[in-house]
Design a protein around this ligand. Structure first.
Ligand SMILES: O=c1[nH]cnc2c1ncn2[C@@H]1O[C@H](COP(=O)(O)OP(=O)(O)O)[C@@H](O)[C@H]1O
Ligand SMILES: [Ca+2]
Length: 494
């Protein structure tokens, strides 16, 4: 008997205590693995949506953004879900028939309804911001501008979305929100590397915005932001009338005074010849007024295709002679020295991308344009049969204007030209003022950095699992070498 009892003690696998520990061990392990698995499984995300309409001078674009509801204050979480290009011209072109402005948006509003889950329509904010085309119309005819805005407001208010306003934004806002967009998408706000300047070229205005180490001399050009715990003093300026469509009018005006029946233009290809009405050049507050008689005339616009002469003609639209500050870009506008890297978007990108000049030095870009501008118009048309006629005819002018604006206007040099990136999108979202505008109005960029957990949730669960398994193994080893703490009742132990 004594021998038998000894045998039993030496074969612990048969003991009730061991079975008890094994059951607990396996149960604990299964529970832990199950918890880790369930916790790490991505839970279905709840999304929020926002709509911004960019009512530009040439056309209106609708942007739909989306972001995970619980992560709205983290940088880089909002992404562009969908865009819709409104058919026809910009809303300012409806000055004479304002109801058409609101009507023109209907198709894209319908499209937005299909792109946002129906149960979210009511809570989705919709904003409209109009830029330089409407600023010019307001200067020219404030009543018509008011009517156009009333018409677009009515359309948005009748949509199922949460109408949050339709207004003409200021040039400073346009510049600053473009800067916020590119830096938000580039996740630069929480990086030590610093931010990127923003260059936006539209049809009626152009904006330059960057963080300057020097204090900004003129209050009009200064904007302060506190974002994610950092202070930023921005230099920003919007040049009304210096978008590429208005500058073309400024340049033509200089060559058309006095009004003649034909005009030789080095910024258009040799062989280009088109009859245009004088009114098309002088229909804007950006140029001088001329008498009604001349307004009704027409002229033949002939290209001669010469980059150097085109550049000299474009130089005449800038005024470099007066500056009451320590330094200026042009037209007496204060600008601190260019600093850091820049993202150049909108028409800066469209034009430089078409010309294949996005990755070139300034010297190479000039050489490229010399050849391009001098190419006969027939050859250009043959090479690009599908490109919109107006864009194609104007790329030599637009490219030359971009180089001149950046080098002579803003004072970029052969050296820092490489710090300019011509960009369309960052991570599938367009660079432009709309995203920054929405982030600001929805308070999605906190002034202070939100507290972040030491490690992501999934990592935390996995770590707990591994530590527990490790402890269990220790327990097993302890049992193997030192014996088993009893599972049975205290009475039996005694
Ligand atoms: O594919 C393209 N090639 C060349 N230019 C383009 C293209 N797409 C748009 N643009 C131009 O980009 C500019 C966009 O300006 P926008 O309409 O935003 O005016 P704004 O910002 O001055 O109010 C216009 O001059 C338009 O003609
Ligand atoms: Ca624009």
């Amino acid at each position: 008997m004594a021998e038998q009892r000894e045998m039993k003690a030496k074969t612990p696998w048969h003991s009730g205590k061991v079975i008890c520990v094994a059951v607990f061990f396996i149960a604990a392990l299964i529970t832990l693995v199950a918890i880790a698995f369930v916790q790490n499984k991505p839970i279905p995300q709840k999304y929020k949506y926002g709509i911004v309409l960019d009512a530009g001078s040439s056309h209106t674009a609708v942007y739909i953004y989306e972001w995970p509801a619980e992560k709205e204050n983290n940088t880089g979480m909002v992404r562009q879900r969908h865009t819709c290009a409104v058919k026809g011209k910009g809303i300012s072109s409806y000055a004479q028939k304002s109801s058409g402005a609101g009507q023109s948006l209907m198709e894209c509003i319908e499209d937005a309804k299909g792109n946002i889950p129906a149960d979210k329509h009511e809570e989705t904010p919709v904003y409209l911001g109009a830029t330089a085309g409407m600023r010019l119309l307001r200067m020219q005819d404030s009543e018509s501008a008011e009517e156009v805005m009333t018409s677009v407001k009515a359309t948005l208010m009748s949509s199922p979305f949460d109408y949050q306003g339709a207004r003409i934004i200021s040039g400073q806002e346009e510049g600053a929100f473009g800067w916020i967009t590119v830096n938000y998408l580039g996740k630069n706000f929480r990086k030590a590397a610093g931010t990127m300047g923003a260059l936006d070229l539209g049809g009626a205005s152009t904006q330059i915005t960057f963080v300057s180490g020097q204090s900004v001399e003129s209050p009009d050009n200064s904007m302060d932001f506190r974002l994610y715990g950092n202070d930023y003093q921005l230099y920003t300026h919007s040049f009304l009338c210096y978008g590429k469509d208005q500058v073309l009018k400024l340049a033509l005006e200089k060559r058309l005074m006095p009004v003649e029946t034909s005009l030789e233009d080095p910024c258009f290809h040799p062989g280009y010849s088109e009859k245009k009405s004088v009114k098309n050049v002088f229909d804007t507050p950006c140029v001088h007024t001329i008498n009604k008689e001349d307004m009704d005339k027409s002229f033949t616009h002939n290209g001669t295709g010469n980059f150097t002469e085109c550049q000299s003609s474009i130089m005449k639209v800038f005024n470099f002679s007066q500056c009451t500050n320590s330094r200026c870009s042009f037209n007496g506008v204060y600008q601190p020295p260019i600093e850091g890297t820049f993202g150049a978007f909108s028409a800066f990108y469209f034009v430089m991308n078409f010309l294949n000049l996005t990755g070139h030095s300034l010297a190479d870009s000039k050489r490229g344009l010399e050849v391009y501008c001098n190419t006969p118009w027939d050859a250009i048309k043959e090479r690009h049969p599908t490109v919109k006629h107006k864009y194609l005819a104007e790329y030599c002018f637009s490219g030359t204007y971009i180089l001149t604006l950046l080098e002579n206007g803003y004072n970029f040099t052969f050296e820092n030209w490489k710090h300019i990136s011509f960009i369309d999108k960052i991570e599938d979202s367009n660079a432009g003022w709309t995203l920054g505008y929405m982030l600001n109005l929805t308070n999605m960029i906190p002034a202070e950095a939100p507290d972040t957990p030491l490690m992501p949730h999934g990592g935390f669960v996995t770590l707990v699992l591994f530590l527990t398994i490790f402890l269990l193994i220790l327990l097993l080893l302890w049992y193997k070498f030192l014996g088993l703490p009893s599972c049975s009742s205290p009475k039996e132990v005694v």
